[in-house]
Design a protein around this ligand. Structure first.
Ligand SMILES: Nc1nc2c(ncn2[C@@H]2O[C@H](COP(=O)(O)OP(=O)(O)O)[C@@H](O)[C@H]2O)c(=O)[nH]1
Ligand SMILES: [Mg+2]
Ligand SMILES: [Zn+2]
Length: 303
């Protein structure tokens, strides 16, 4: 007998499935079913008390994944949007942000950026670093999910979380960010029962070093979920091809089809409209630089 449910956590090769009857099962998967991701609808068959095997992954509305030349890695399935968390401190990588936004676009997810820790002195520099993304049309929300008070000790009330909650309401959101940006703190602010291990805690437990793939879907309310993907450091885009890479830079759209050569790779060819637009400041120079870097990394996209 099989039962249906949803994958609510992935730890390496173990999957936690919540059945439609509300039971949590510890599951394993074989073959193709190993790329089950948080948010997947699955059929499971029980093998013992609280244990089951994933028999089938049901058709997906969408699938967010990353890839390097050797391996594709599932991130989440059936989500509505992606939330990239960056922070005023430590310094975030705009390349990381560019990569995840690209993957989200390719998977058909909406995307938004949240700048956390705006209580810290690094906020103005971080804002400046996000300008190209705002200009490209991405929404940027400012938050401080776990601000320090003046003494730098006790935690002060969170800032901006109400607006963020509005953006998450009624939707399935994938949360990504480099480590230290405040993902666990955000999860704890939105879902008090979550008790995700934050920086200090995971350091205290000495777990800062181990890098088991791990993602978990949290329920904010009856129709809003948040999928936390803490272990994501490298974001390969090898699963994209050239056309999909170009499509993933919405701010370049006005210049598409305007290059001298129809098959322009936007790589120093004469009459390249992208390069021209970047030189003239119509396209952000940094965005174009990152585009050029990623162009060297995409694969043949055999799907
Ligand atoms: N000042 C300040 N610190 C924060 C804020 N949010 C999180 N932090 C701190 O940033 C560190 C990393 O947070 P954590 O949630 O573990 O980040 P994660 O690695 O993305 O899960 C912790 O020491 C948090 O207390 C904030 O809004 N303001
Ligand atoms: Mg964390
Ligand atoms: Zn071109």
């Amino acid at each position: 007998m099989t039962e249906s449910g949803a994958v609510v956590a992935v730890f390496g090769r173990r999957y936690e499935v919540e059945t439609d009857a509300g039971q949590r099962l510890d599951c394993v998967a074989r073959g193709k079913k190993r790329d089950a991701a948080c948010g997947d609808r699955v059929d499971v068959r029980r093998t013992g008390p609280g244990q089951a095997v994933i028999e089938a992954i049901l058709p997906r509305r969408n699938f967010l994944e990353r890839a390097d030349p050797y391996k594709r890695k599932a991130i989440a399935a059936n989500a509505d949007q992606l939330l990239v968390l960056v922070a005023a401190d430590p310094w975030f990588s705009d390349e990381f942000v560019t990569r995840v936004l690209l993957l989200a676009h390719d998977a058909g997810l909406e995307a938004l950026i949240a700048l956390n820790k705006v209580d810290l002195a690094g906020a103005p520099a971080a804002r400046l670093r996000l300008k190209p993304f705002e200009n490209a049309g991405y929404a940027v929300l400012e938050v401080a999910v776990r601000p320090r008070d003046a003494a730098g000790e006790k935690t002060a009330p969170a800032i901006g979380t109400d607006r963020l909650r509005e953006r998450l309401a009624g939707r399935a959101t994938v949360l990504v960010g480099q480590s230290g940006m405040g993902k666990s703190s955000l999860v704890n602010a939105l879902i008090p029962a979550a008790q995700a291990a934050t920086g200090e805690l995971s350091q205290a437990l000495g777990s800062g070093r181990h890098t088991t793939t791990f993602s978990r879907r949290y329920r904010i309310d009856a129709d809003s979920t948040l999928i936390d993907c803490p272990g994501m450091q490298e974001v390969g885009v090898f699963n994209l091809d050239f056309a999909r890479l170009v499509a993933g830079f919405p701010d370049f759209t006005p210049f598409r089809g305007r290059c001298r050569f129809a098959d322009c790779r936007h790589d120093r060819e004469p009459g390249c409209a992208f390069a021209g637009a970047a030189a003239a400041g119509h396209i952000d120079a940094r965005r174009f630089e990152l585009f050029c870097r990623l162009r060297g990394e995409i694969g043949p996209a055999a799907r």
